[in-house]
Ligand binder design. Structure first.
Ligand code: ADP
Ligand code: MG
Length: 340
């Protein structure tokens, strides 16, 4: 039985976040300061290790400002931002975008090419059609799905090489939800580094980026969410430093209707939630932007193709949990994962 009470989990997370707000504690590896907020439509937290509390607080505040700035840049839900203007100009004109947005779009297209469209940032019309929030959404007709899927085509994102981008056809839209958090985590790491921080854990929903190791020289231990358990229940841990650990799954955002679960990771070819036999994908990589794109891509590709892709990439590892609970670990991670 895999039914979950997402709303209750969210409430308890928010409750925990309120209680944790601006928490400072010593834990054997020096001072730890952490704060939590609801941003990017999820729970984000930044933990700073090994610096005095006032410095850590300033760093966390700067991190939250950076996240808010990036959210404005990359969100599909903000009227008047670059993404919105890009979509309004679809089929007609080039749009000037902030360099950060162009970079994320270019990276997204790279991953679309690498995965032959399993990952596709132009999946916007499909995402909008289903409108999947936690606990609600719409089950479209076959015709509606086909019409939305027909608008998805990453080869129709045109770059003029000078910071301007165009969607070739009217009706196209982009959704950077599968890559933005990774990009933002990398940016927060750079920001913290510039402020003299050397040890931190940045957590944006299912995206965790370990910056350095702990001040005492030990690794950060990062838990991997059990796709079949309540939020916070982990299936395994990995020990990491300077490493991103990103998870995607059918448990993160979904609604149920007539006993069927409809989740938020779409198969761009069918215009419906991906049904690849996986329930959870976790990617380890140095940069979080890569892990984020790949976690979504591998979820769509499924176990065999997904594992093959990850084994072909240097410095990237994965943990795959099948819908029946089967576990697959990539070759470079086998000695560094502990299942519960
Ligand atoms: P989360 O946002 O929960 O961390 P993901 O990184 O897997 O999970 O991103 C899922 C989001 O990405 C969806 O909510 C949607 O906005 C977008 N998306 C869904 N399917 C795809 C896809 N095949 N390719 C690119 N983006 C997608
Ligand atoms: Mg992703």
């Amino acid at each position: 039985m895999r039914k979950r009470t997402a709303v209750i989990s969210l409430i308890s997370l928010l409750l925990a976040s309120t209680l944790l707000s601006g928490c400072s504690a010593g834990n054997g590896s020096g001072e730890v300061y952490s704060d939590t907020a609801f941003m990017l439509d999820t729970v984000v937290s930044v933990k700073i290790y090994g610096v005095p509390e006032d410095e850590a607080r300033a760093a966390v505040d700067a991190a939250f400002s950076e996240i808010a700035f990036c959210e404005d840049l990359l969100s599909s839900d903000i009227s008047g931002n670059g993404i919105d203007r890009l979509e309004r100009n679809a089929g007609s004109a080039y749009t000037e975008l902030d360099g950060g947005a162009v970079y994320v779009l270019e990276k997204a297209i790279e991953y679309a090419e690498l995965t032959s469209g399993a990952f596709d940032p132009t999946v916007g019309p499909v995402v909008a059609l289903w409108n999947i929030r936690n606990g609600s959404g719409y089950v479209p007709t076959e015709e509606e799905r086909a019409a939305a899927a027909a608008l998805v085509d990453y080869s129709k994102v045109l770059f003029d090489g000078d910071g301007r981008v165009k969607l070739a056809d009217a009706g196209m839209s982009v959704n950077l939800g599968a890559i933005a958090k990774g990009y933002i985590a990398d940016r927060v790491k750079n920001l913290l580094s510039g402020m003299g921080i050397e040890h931190a854990v940045i957590s944006l929903g299912g995206n965790v980026l370990a910056f350095g190791g702990k001040p005492d020289g030990s690794d950060f231990i990062i838990g991997i969410q059990d796709p079949f358990g309540p939020t916070g229940e982990i299936v395994a841990t990995v020990a990491v430093r300077d490493m991103s650990v990103v998870s995607s799954g059918d448990y993160e955002r979904y609604f149920e209707q007539d006993g069927v679960r409809y989740h938020h990771i779409m198969d761009p070819f069918t215009g419906a939630p991906a049904d690849s036999g996986l329930s959870g994908v976790t990617i380890l990589s140095e940069k979080s932007i890569d892990g984020d794109a790949l976690s979504t891509a591998v979820f769509v590709l499924g176990r065999n193709e997904g594992l093959e892709l990850i084994e072909s990439l240097d410095g990237v590892e994965c943990v795959l949990i099948g819908s029946g609970g089967e576990r697959t670990v990539s070759s470079g991670l086998k000695d560094n994962i502990v299942f519960r």
